[in-house]
Design a binder for this molecule. Sequence first.
Ligand code: SF4
Length: 86
Amino acid sequence: MSDDNAVSRRQILRNASAGSAALLIATLAAQPAAAAMAQKAAGYQPTPKDGKRCDTCTFFKAPSSCAIVEGTIAPTGWCRFYNKKQ
Ligand code: SF4
């Protein structure tokens, strides 16, 4: 076997590896974001609890959503995963 063949095979393996990485990245990019939790499961309520409100929680996304609880989230709401912004 000549060195040219060895280089060619090496190049083919290198290209296949790069292709696999590209395929993996494309597959991961196509994955949906982690599903948010149902409001009921989170114990969500549209009113504050003990002065704690969604708009002071790290997970709140203005104007009316949450990173971990699905659906419309009121700035005045609360759930058991409340985590005060620092
Ligand atoms: S308290 Fe925080 S985690 Fe719970 S619904 Fe409101 S913003 Fe989301």
